[in-house]
Design a protein around this ligand. Structure first.
Ligand SMILES: *[C@@H]1O[C@H](CO)[C@@H](O)[C@H](O)[C@H]1NC(C)=O
Ligand SMILES: *[C@@H]1O[C@H](CO)[C@@H](O)[C@H](O)[C@H]1NC(C)=O
Length: 385
């Protein structure tokens, strides 16, 4: 969900910035102040990272030290590229693109998550490449010579060994130098195999190499072919045997972006196979998982409820419904999710729908952007402040 973090925060920012807000609650002046506050928050985090952690992956905010958490390739800088461009910061965007082009290398002995590396690093490089190449973004870099595209292609090639499985569904992790480790787990999350099509597909189009698009589409087909008779997917699957090792079906944890990328792959590439899969998957989700306005988790075969739980990753769903044109249930669900937000000041990771209280052990809020994305899309659809 992390590439989304960058994009969604930008969307929230953009929403505040681009529109004259004249609703009862928020004046134009207040909207400007909110905009400036968002920008200040971004620079607080970005400058703190650059000062104390760069070129390591992430900043530890309490000790103010850097840490390599994903692969050791200045992750936060790559993750921040499109936000810098969106803020109109030509200077920092240009400097970051140049530094990454000169210094980041992927021929490193690091075992990385295929999912996280795709959505954050591959996605970050590709979006920055497109922004830096295009006059219409206002961020075109004259000296730019496709350095980030070449890095993206190199990185994607290093992940290809993960897809060499009987089901086509990739291993969860891959070593960038040696391919898949000998003792790598064969169990992966549905979202891990189904959230790669946008980035690999865009890379395929930019490099004229259909392998990238085919291999990730094949992974989605591998998952969808193993759906239950009632068109639900489980949470974890064995990439060799194709057996579901965790059969709880839901729209949140471990599955969420499988649904998201089906629809977005259709919207981005116009490939109707994705739309066809999405329509069936969505219909089943609305039939078996939706208990207006909440969503529960059920056994993928029997449809018996296993968890009457809101989890904060579910909050992307109303936004997805807007993209699909199903706005009415999106409004009701968003209101329900937002009521949890209002109750605690943010959404806890888990909220029990039976006791209407925080699920034990799930009090935390790891800065998830899903509810903000849904709020943004609903605003775009309804213009309701
Ligand atoms: C790669 O890293 C692993 C563990 O970090 C180490 O055991 C191995 O020797 C390294 N291989 C090479 C070729 O550097
Ligand atoms: C891909 O193909 C198009 C059209 O044939 C061409 O204009 C473009 O330069 C090619 N791109 C690459 C990276 O080869």
């Amino acid at each position: 969900m992390s590439a989304k973090v960058t994009m969604l925060c930008q969307l929230a920012f953009f929403a505040l910035w681009s529109f004259q807000i004249r609703a009862d609650g928020v004046t134009t002046l207040e909207a400007r102040q909110l905009r400036d506050e968002v920008r200040d928050m971004f620079y607080h985090a970005f400058d703190g990272y650059m000062q104390h952690a760069f070129p390591l992956d992430e900043l530890r905010p309490l000790s103010c030290q850097g840490e390599d958490t994903l692969g050791g390739y200045a992750l936060t800088l790559i993750d921040s590229l499109d936000t810098l461009a969106l803020l109109g910061d030509r200077e920092r965007f240009g400097a970051a693109v140049e530094w990454i082009g000169e210094n980041v290398r992927f021929d490193i002995n690091k075992t990385v998550s295929v999912f996280e590396t795709t959505i954050r690093v591959l996605g970050g490089l590709l979006s920055a490449h497109l922004i830096a190449s295009d006059y219409s973004t206002g961020m075109k870099i004259e000296s730019y010579n496709d350095e980030l595209l070449h890095l993206a292609e190199d990185l994607a090639r290093r992940m290809l060994p993960a897809f060499e499985t009987p089901t086509g569904i990739p291993f969860g992790s891959v070593n960038l130098l040696h391919g898949v480790d000998e003792h790598e787990s064969k169990i992966t999350a549905t979202a891990g195999g189904g959230t790669l099509t946008l980035e690999f597909g865009v890379l395929g189009r930019l490099t004229n190499n259909s392998v990238f698009e085919q291999i990730t589409k094949n992974a989605v087909r591998g998952i969808w072919a193993r759906r239950s008779k009632i068109n639900l997917v489980g949470a974890h699957i064995n990439v060799f045997s194709g057996e579901w090792t965790q059969k709880d079906s839901g729209i949140g944890t471990s599955i969420d972006s499988f649904y998201e990328y089906l629809l977005k792959a259709y919207l981005l590439f116009g490939d109707e196979e994705y739309l066809f899969m999405f329509q069936q998957a969505y219909k089943a989700a609305m039939h078996y998982l939706y208990h207006d306005p909440w969503y529960v988790e059920v056994n993928m075969n029997s449809a018996i409820t296993v968890w009457p739980l809101f989890n904060s990753l579910q909050a992307f769903w109303p936004g997805l419904q807007v993209l699909y044109g199903d706005v009415a249930p999106a409004i009701r669900t968003h209101a329900a999710f937002f009521s949890v937000w209002k109750k605690y000041g943010f959404t806890p990771e888990g909220f029990n729908l039976a006791s209407l209280s925080i699920q034990g052990g799930q009090r935390s809020y790891p800065l998830r952007p899903e509810l903000i994305e849904s709020t943004y899309w609903l605003f775009k659809a309804t213009r309701d402040y």
